[in-house]
Design a protein around this ligand. Structure first.
Ligand SMILES: [Fe+2]
Ligand SMILES: [Fe+2]
Length: 476
């Protein structure tokens, strides 16, 4: 009886730790990309990633499998129907978890929220299975223990729901990155790529912006330079799309701006990954090499647009600065078109708001301020930099805390029912309510209609992962 009491206490302690239960995200809230063909190399990489996860899951659960006590012979002499049901549920969840470990969308980095949640769920299932093994023979006590373990089972099930939804969403994002990386690789290799394929991606980004879907700051390590350029190109295009939404010069022809933005760093695909991955400052030779990336693919780009067209010139000039400090030519403001000046602004802001091997991501408001300061100091065009304010005082995509304590993601500054944007009163996707609980589905709050509420602060990347990593890992 003493053992039973101890077991019950352990179950109760475990349930206490599970008080913040994760919830699946509304699939309708996020953008669903079409599923373009993946290159063989990408698929191979994903299979390798899947193996890696399987390895980690196996490692986490091996002690369980290797336990002779897990053998059916070591289960209690008499297992009640409730105990047998619990055991079956736990084994089915284990099977589900193992199949998720094969999902190429599961990140391989140990500190990613989805990876952590996967590991944590494996731990929960492990606990359930071990508890069942330790059940005493008494049916009464078994029933009581089963009732206590039901809460743990529910938590593991919720985790699995979150994992399924999160991996589905991440798979969509990864598919977009792979798709663009494949096009970038082909352009960089001088192969033919249809402009239509790029315009389709531009259209998805434009529709995301029009419908106020969350802006995602995408990052892929530069060990694969084309994927790195693709993730950054997608982020920059998402920012550009939100700035151009109400711009009379561009809103009727968004692809003309978004498509060159998507591939503005196509030259990065020709740069060595080991240099891009360096955490230390580059030496002179490495720096000169990297500074060739804006012009690295001029000839290949002429297959997309006629040689000398403004899109190619913009890609070549996106690191030129008005005060002459840019590259590759350092030619100052001579001939820099309004578009390339805006592209440079979106490029700098997007790069600052994402992590790099040598630094963490700036929080979005700091990234915005730093970019606008570059306008004030004469490096970027101040008039174009000022357009960043269209993203809001806390820029679109930021995770923020509201005055009542709730946590949400800034969706847009306009919404469907407003005549014009209001940067101070954005629409927010609430992912954690004022009472600290995460809603079953995130809800949209229009601050224009909530006079008592305001945004009080933005949250940095590390805090973002901690606060919503378990509940909405796909948005963390
Ligand atoms: Fe660049
Ligand atoms: Fe860039």
């Amino acid at each position: 009886m003493k053992d039973s009491k101890e077991l019950l206490q352990r179950i109760a302690a475990l349930r206490l730790r599970l008080d913040t239960a994760p919830r699946p995200i509304d699939e309708g809230v996020v953008a669903i990309a079409e599923a373009p063909n993946r290159s063989a190399a990408t698929l191979e990489q994903k299979v390798a990633q899947g193996r890696n996860h399987h390895f980690h899951l196996d490692r986490a659960l091996r002690p369980l499998d290797e336990q002779p006590s897990f053998d059916i012979r070591t289960l209690p002499d008499r297992l009640t129907a409730a105990g047998a049901r619990l055991l079956k549920q736990a084994r089915e969840m284990l099977h589900d978890l193992r199949s998720l470990a094969e999902d190429p969308a599961l990140p391989k980095e140990e500190d990613e929220p989805l990876t952590k949640l996967h590991r944590e769920t494996a731990g929960l299932i492990d606990v359930i299975l071990r508890m069942v093994q330790a059940f005493p023979s008494s049916p009464t006590v078994q029933l009581r223990m089963c009732r206590h373990l039901e809460g743990v089972i529910e938590s593991a099930e919720r985790n699995l729901d979150v994992l399924h939804a999160g991996l589905k969403h991440r798979s969509t994002e990864q598919t977009r990155i792979d798709y663009l990386a494949d096009l970038i690789n082909r352009i960089a290799a001088g192969q033919s790529v249809s402009l239509e394929a790029l315009n389709q991606l531009s259209e998805q980004i434009w529709q995301d912006a029009k419908h106020g879907r969350p802006l995602r700051f995408l990052y892929s390590p530069p060990s694969d330079p084309a994927r790195f350029a693709a993730a950054h190109g997608l982020t920059t295009a998402q920012v550009m799309a939100r700035i151009l939404l109400d711009d009379p010069d561009w809103k009727d022809r968004p692809h003309e701006a978004l498509t060159p933005t998507l591939i503005h760093d196509v030259g990065m695909a020709r740069m060595p990954g080991e240099i891009l991955m360096r955490k230390e400052p580059l030496n002179e030779e490495q720096r000169r090499l990297i500074e060739r990336h804006p012009t690295a693919c001029f000839q290949a780009l002429s297959k997309l647009w006629p040689t000398g067209s403004w899109q190619i010139l913009a890609i070549g000039d996106h690191h030129e600065r008005l005060d002459g400090t840019g590259y590759p030519q350092g030619r100052g403001d001579l001939g820099l078109t309004p578009f390339v000046r805006l592209l440079s602004v979106c490029d700098v802001y997007s790069a600052l708001a994402c992590r790099r091997p040598h630094r963490p991501a700036f929080d979005t408001r700091t990234a915005l301020t730093e970019t606008m300061l570059m306008g004030d100091r004469g490096s970027l065009d101040p008039n174009q930099a000022e357009k960043l304010m269209r993203l809001g005082f806390h820029p679109i995509g930021s995770l923020v805390q509201l005055s009542d304590g709730a946590i949400g993601i800034i969706l847009d500054t306009k919404g469907k029912h407003r005549a014009k944007p209001n940067p101070a009163r954005p629409r927010v996707l609430v992912v954690r309510q004022a009472d600290g609980h995460s809603p079953p589905l995130p809800s949209v709050l229009d601050l224009q209609e909530e006079a008592d509420l305001s945004v009080v602060r933005g949250l940095a990347e590390a805090e973002r992962r901690t606060l919503i990593g378990r509940t909405y890992p796909e948005l963390a």
